[in-house]
Write a protein that binds this ligand. Structure first.
Ligand SMILES: Cc1cc2nc3c(=O)[nH]c(=O)nc-3n(C[C@H](O)[C@H](O)[C@H](O)COP(=O)(O)O)c2cc1C
Length: 164
């Protein structure tokens, strides 16, 4: 069984979660890049609006071939209570038929559960089955604290037993 972790990250928090998870559960990972510039304070408002309206964006890679994988993690930061546009776009361009899926959201303080629910609503019609989900607060967290939290979640949720 093979596991893939797909994620988008603007300020590297979700990337840290994804890469730590990849080590802990022995998975491949792939970062999805948003080709629209999301950097800086000015783009923050547009990013929030795009997320809230579920506007599509341009991403790289445009799609991911999941044929070789049995289990797929999808991770997104929380933007205005929604998944980031890169993840909304990705989900609609991937085939999840027959895949077990674990969803995770990072957030400054709140809204992660809504992000997970929305990803689930979009993945299930594309054939994926959510078997687990978790959210991680990243606000005011040092890198080491975040890594410890992720390792705790891996233990609590028994994540290494999936995808073996
Ligand atoms: C445009 C934008 C909107 C955000 N909206 C929320 C929000 O609604 N709730 C929340 O708790 N955090 C919100 N955040 C904070 C991020 O979800 C949080 O910092 C996340 O862990 C960042 O992940 P990243 O470093 O992988 O980009 C927002 C951040 C951005 C850039």
């Amino acid at each position: 069984m093979k596991t893939m972790i797909l994620f988008y990250s603007r300020t590297r928090k979700t990337a840290l979660v994804a890469k730590t998870l990849a080590q802990e559960v022995n998975a491949d990972y792939l970062e999805i890049t948003d080709l629209n510039n999301r950097a800086g304070a000015l783009n923050y408002v547009k990013a929030s609006l795009d997320a809230f309206r579920e506007n599509k964006t341009l991403i790289k890679p445009e799609t991911v071939n999941l044929t070789d994988y049995d289990l797929v993690y999808v991770g997104s930061p929380t933007w205005a209570g929604k998944p980031a546009p890169a993840i909304i776009t990705l989900i609609d361009q991937c085939d999840f038929q027959g895949k077990d899926v674990i969803l995770f959201a990072t957030m400054g303080s709140s809204g992660g559960q809504k992000v997970i629910e929305r990803m689930r609503e979009k993945i299930e019609p594309r054939g994926g089955r959510m078997i687990k989900s978790f959210q991680i607060k990243t606000g005011n967290q040092k890198t080491e604290e975040l890594v410890e939290n992720i390792k705790e979640i891996v233990k609590e949720e028994d994540l290494p037993i999936y995808g073996i």
